[in-house]
Write a protein that binds this ligand. Structure first.
Ligand code: ATP
Length: 378
């Protein structure tokens, strides 16, 4: 798969820009703040329906404009698919695939499979559990778009369950009448059902990723400590969760909710479930978070992205790879090893301020980014 064309209208710093891209390596060079990341961010948004830099859509729309449009032509097995997204903060986004407008924007997921590695990925190792959950869920949805629906169902039930717990908590604090909690049982059933489905997907994914992360870490760090990845449940006190059937997971989650109920009523929030889980990243005998050096954390974050890339590849559809501003952060050895690992990719988009930082194996088509324009220069 590769992106043949990208058009942005009022996206970030761009009023309008059109870029023809090539299969293989494409290097986007430009001084700081010229809009290189904005280009790969737009493609990442098409792939995941979220930005790797911001949690809300407002910053994606050019100052003073009302909506942004991202149009892209994606080639897969000699067929070209046009994907269009309209981002309008405060309103529902709109999407088109080919000529057809989509009723549900999330049906665009899967049209572009892309793995983006960026400086923000250090948070995968050093940041909150939410960063690692997001990593898993985005990959899960890229591989199996139906999980976007599973997540949406889970989040809807969680929101409603939390609202009930919160109302009871506030009423109790205000010394008011006791809130009727009988509907909590119903929410528990739904939460356990959707939660178990999401969990099963995440556990399967984690098991598939673990050897690939170990292999990628070994390759980029040249055989220092081993990287081990495991899924930690919010109801197992952070302990690993064994892969179980959806039915068994539903039972476990139901039991955990029953056990946590007194504390949940006390605190007014749902304390167990996939929304509180984590992925434990170990380096040798110690957790990477809090112990790994800056360089090791970088290698770990890179290994997580490379493992995602490998896994998508093994599904039979070559994803697009984007390396945003990462070579400046890596030492010479890691640069070369990374280039070797991805040299045969169907398309790698590399952004950089200094072209000399990019290993020769990844210097393909060359583009200059500056003054709101992107020009092919080699
Ligand atoms: N919503 C927006 N409207 C207008 N301009 C924006 C908006 N969001 C970001 N920008 C501008 O986009 C530019 C940043 O673009 P980008 O992050 O792509 O730079 P870059 O070329 O990757 O830089 P660096 O090499 O420093 O990472 C900044 O000048 C910023 O002010």
């Amino acid at each position: 798969m590769y992106v043949r064309h990208l058009e942005l209208v009022d996206f970030r710093s761009y009023e309008r820009v059109n870029v023809d891209l090539e299969p293989g390596a494409c290097v986007l060079v430009g001084r700081n703040g010229q809009g290189k990341t904005n280009l790969v961010e737009a493609l990442g948004y098409v792939a995941t329906l979220s930005s790797h830099r911001v949690a809300t859509d407002a910053p994606l729309v050019r100052f003073g404009a009302q909506r942004a449009v991202v149009r892209t032509a994606v080639v897969h097995e000699a067929r070209e698919l046009l994907v269009e997204l309209q981002i309008e903060p405060g309103k529902a986004n709109k999407a088109r695939l080919g000529r057809s407008p989509l009723t549900r924007v999330r049906d665009v997921l899967g049209a572009l499979r892309m793995v983006l590695f960026a400086p923000e990925d250090l948070a995968l190792v050093r940041g909150d559990p939410s960063e690692r959950r997001r990593y898993l869920d985005e990959l899960l949805t890229l591989r199996q778009p139906r999980y976007a629906g599973v997540r949406a169902d889970y989040e809807r039930v969680l929101k409603q369950r939390n609202a009930l717990l919160r109302t009871a908590y506030l009423a109790r604090r205000a010394g008011g009448a006791r809130t009727d909690m009988s509907t909590l049982d119903v929410w528990d059933v739904h939460l356990a059902r959707h939660g178990a489905e999401l969990l099963a997907g995440r556990l399967e994914l984690c098991a598939a990723l673990a050897p690939l992360v170990a292999k990628a870490y070994d390759a980029v760090s040249a055989g220092r400590s081993a990287a081990t990845v495991s899924y930690s449940g919010s109801w197992t006190d952070g302990g690993p969760v064994a892969p179980l059937s959806v039915q068994d997971l539903e039972e476990r989650l139901g039991e955990a909710l029953r056990a946590a109920r007194p504390s949940e009523i006390e605190r007014g929030v749902t304390l167990v479930g996939p929304h509180r889980d984590d992925v434990t990243l170990m380096l040798g005998e110690v957790p990477a978070k809090g112990y790994a050096s800056h360089g090791e954390s970088w290698s770990y974050a890179l290994a997580l992205r490379l493992a995602a890339y490998d896994l998508l590849r093994s599904d039979g559809i070559e994803p697009v790879l984007a390396l945003d501003d990462v070579f400046a952060e890596l030492d010479a050895g890691r640069r070369e090893r990374l280039a070797e690992l991805v040299a045969d990719s169907s398309q790698t988009l590399v952004t950089c301020a200094v072209e000399a930082d990019v290993p020769a194996a990844l210097r393909g088509a060359r583009y200059e980014v500056g003054s709101g324009e992107v020009r092919r220069v080699g």
